[in-house]
Ligand binder design. Structure first.
Ligand SMILES: NC(=O)c1ccc[n+]([C@@H]2O[C@H](COP(=O)([O-])OP(=O)(O)OC[C@H]3O[C@@H](n4cnc5c(N)ncnc54)[C@H](OP(=O)(O)O)[C@@H]3O)[C@@H](O)[C@H]2O)c1
Length: 252
């Protein structure tokens, strides 16, 4: 086990499942104290349990990223309990699909409030802390659907994620002078519930991926998490405002 993140406090939204949980385990495995956040306490507690079972340090805070008071409390609690905030992985997200003509405004609002406003609010409160406390690293989860490719029935989701990509790159230019390095990841289909169509089995998804993705499969959680770890590491110190596509060639 290497320990590139010993002494670092890492905050991960959407840390109770999928890519967020995989990144939480990876950061903790390299010595970080990890705070996982999401709306539901139970999956967060499970992530903490998995990390502690490996001898790592973790904590959970319930918060809705679309609520500014929640995000302010999340950042303040992280700093109070763990003495700082050095790395933030703003990864919480939701998916809504369907023809634009049939999409109700509530679904649109949900997408924008979590996927885009959630990242804005997270960065707003994190940057305010980091700029006065020696800087930090921020990584936001966009998607290959957005700035890199578009598909029918996924236009609203793509719009929310393209905006995350743009916001991340603009924030990178704005914040690097304050010692805060901002980047994004843009995954393609990764092995989580989000890449399954409603009612689809994993076998059916595997068949679909043979045509949908040049590499012929979904990405693994380890492949997604390792990109986050690299962007957060000192080895990526000169990487600023990058939007790292991890999609098996889907948007190439
Ligand atoms: N899997 C893919 O194929 C894929 C591809 C491209 C991009 N992504 C992006 O990757 C990120 C992680 O997705 P995933 O695949 O790991 O799916 P996931 O397992 O569904 O993870 C999404 C996480 O976001 C949290 N979340 C949702 N709304 C929230 C809110 N309002 N406040 C706080 N937390 C909230 C969820 O926890 P609670 O429900 O408990 O709040 C959940 O832990 C998302 O941003 C997604 O858009 C995924």
């Amino acid at each position: 086990m290497t320990a590139r993140f010993t002494g670092k406090v890492v905050l991960i939204t959407g840390g109770g499942s999928g890519i967020g949980r995989a990144a939480a385990l990876a950061f903790a495995g390299e010595g970080a104290t990890v705070v996982v956040a999401g709306r539901n306490a139970e999956p967060l507690a499970e992530t903490v349990k998995l990390i502690e079972a490996e001898g790592g340090r973790a904590d959970a805070v319930t918060a809705d990223v679309s609520s500014s008071p929640d995000v302010a409390r999340l950042v303040a609690t992280t700093v109070e309990r763990h003495g700082g905030l050095h790395i933030a992985f703003n990864n919480a997200g939701v998916l809504e699909t369907g023809p634009l003509a049939d999409m109700d405004e509530a679904a649109w609002d949900r997408l924008i409030s979590v996927n885009l406003t959630g990242v804005f609010l997270s960065m707003k409160h994190q940057i305010a802390h980091m700029r006065d406390n020696g800087g930090g690293v921020i990584i936001n989860t966009a998607s290959n659907l957005g700035a890199h490719m578009r598909l029918p029935y996924l236009g609203a989701y793509a719009a929310s994620k393209a905006a995350v990509s743009a916001l991340s790159r603009a924030a990178a230019r704005e914040c690097i002078g304050q010692g805060i390095r901002v980047n994004a990841i843009s995954p393609g289909p990764v092995d989580t519930a989000m890449s399954l169509r409603p009612g689809e089995t994993e076998d059916a998804r595997a068949e679909r991926m043979k045509d949908a993705v040049p590499i012929g499969r979904v990405g693994t959680l380890a492949e997604a998490a390792s990109a986050v770890i690299w962007l957060a590491s000192p080895e990526a110190g000169f990487t600023v405002g990058h939007d790292l596509v991890i999609d098996g060639g889907a948007s190439a």
